[in-house]
Design a protein around this ligand. Structure first.
Ligand code: GLC
Length: 421
């Protein structure tokens, strides 16, 4: 088992002062984008200091395609090396059988979180993970550049394409040769599934597999959406987009080299940090809709905390989960890292709203974000997602047009489905 855990980025251990005789060590695997790991470490350390227990922080790979197999391997081996796993909103169906029911420890506090996320994390009546932060795709834009060129925040993807082209060209002519119109996540990873899901759904092209199990992705609206995205590559989006995940897009935007960026809310606090070149010049809006009859869509993301069935200290691990997901815990993360709370109450908190004003203006977007089809495809979600993102990636990289790619994708998803989901 040691061999497996060494694949994980690193360990840090923090002991509580004056540890009582019954003190234990709890290990937490946390951290995704931005200051996630830093905030998780600080809060876990505080819990250790308060309880006298020891906490070991295990930093995991940032991207889903690296993190999921590692977690699967550890859980399949019934490893007790990690007590608490930070899991993506799409993973309860894939990993849930390895987690304990948290209801005996939650004291009913799950009712203070968004019901849809609690439902997502509940399988056969068991609360397999506590919501920690939610996510939804949003559009970042340079307020100063839109103002300079008298442009409005785009309402449709065509408007975005037009405005991005215009400002990119004008800025380049003015000597800003590095400027790009629009950066987003085109790397063949779960991030691309999220971006492409938004293009497709916002064009009225459905959600790949519908809640009733029907495979819907092979349709003209979906093809139109993906062909449009392919047309951005090399024009308003750098060719490197094909290898860019969230942090790479943020790097380009934050250095001042992009007009628009699709990303998650975490990028807000970093874009406005003291040393950020774009500090105070960034606006955040709902993503554009696909054509006049389209739908403004944000895909639902977010992370949960779950306790392994193989933990030697499930009680203490569950206590730490409740501490981290408490109102104070989520509030700190919202203010310091712009991680969206999963507690609706915190969206009315003046300190949270002053740190992240769009938590107020885009509240409806966060409360109604559109879920990827992980609920219906259950433990086969990852296969469906990988088939989808590979098809989209081949269109983006110019290997084929979207219509034939989606036709083949339908066959692949049919095979994954077999006789039923
Ligand atoms: C964010 C989201 C998560 C999503 C991932 C894709 O971390 O919260 O749900 O799967 O990005 O890269």
């Amino acid at each position: 088992m040691r061999k497996v855990i060494l694949g994980i980025a690193g360990f840090l251990t923090f002991a509580g002062l004056g540890s009582p005789a019954n003190a234990v060590e709890v290990s937490v695997s946390c951290g995704a984008f931005g200051v996630d790991l830093q905030l998780c470490t600080a809060a876990s350390q505080r819990w250790a200091a308060q309880t006298g227990n020891t906490v070991q922080i295990v930093s995991a790979p940032v991207n889903d395609s690296d993190r999921l197999p590692l977690y699967q391997q550890m859980l399949a081996a019934h490893s007790s090396d990690i007590d608490i796993y930070q899991i993506d909103v799409i993973w309860p169906g894939i990993l849930g059988s390895h987690f304990i029911d948290l209801k005996p420890y939650s004291n009913g506090t799950e009712k203070d979180h968004f019901p849809a996320i609690v439902k997502n994390n509940t399988v056969n009546g068991q609360l397999l993970a506590m919501p920690w932060y939610t996510d939804a795709g949003v559009l970042y834009y340079r307020k100063d550049l839109l103002e300079k060129y008298g442009a409005a925040v785009p309402q449709t993807w065509d408007e975005l394409t037009e405005t991005a082209t215009k400002i990119q060209e004008a800025e380049r002519s003015a000597g800003n040769k590095q400027m790009w119109g629009f950066v987003w996540q085109g790397k063949a990873d779960e991030g691309l599934t999220c971006d492409a899901f938004e293009w497709v759904f916002s064009h009225g092209g459905g959600s790949i597999v519908e809640p009733d199990g029907r495979i819907s992705i092979n349709n003209a609206k979906a093809a139109k959406a993906i062909d449009l995205a392919a047309s951005w590559i090399g024009k308003i989006s750098p060719t490197s987009t094909l290898n860019d995940a969230e942090e790479e897009s943020r790097g380009i935007f934050q250095t001042g080299n992009a007009v628009f960026m699709r990303n998650w809310p975490y990028a807000w606090s970093l874009a406005n940090s003291a040393d950020s070149p774009v500090r105070d010049r960034v606006g955040v809006a709902i993503l554009p809709q696909g054509g006049a009859n389209g739908i403004h869509t944000a895909v639902l993301g977010g992370w949960q905390l779950a306790v392994s069935k193989y933990s030697k200290h499930p009680k203490e691990a569950a206590e730490l989960v409740m501490y981290l997901t408490s109102s104070d815990g989520e509030k700190e993360r919202a203010i310091k890292g712009s991680y969206n709370p999963t507690r609706p109450d915190l969206y009315k908190d003046p300190e949270v709203l002053s740190a992240v004003p769009f938590f107020g203006t885009l509240y409806e977007t966060f409360a109604n974000a559109e879920a990827r089809p992980s609920g219906v495809t259950k433990d086969r979600y990852n296969q469906v997602s990988v088939a989808f993102l590979q098809a989209v990636h081949s269109v983006l990289s110019g290997q084929e047009a979207a219509a034939p790619a989606l036709n083949n994708l339908e066959t692949s998803i049919n095979d994954i489905q077999g006789s039923s989901w």
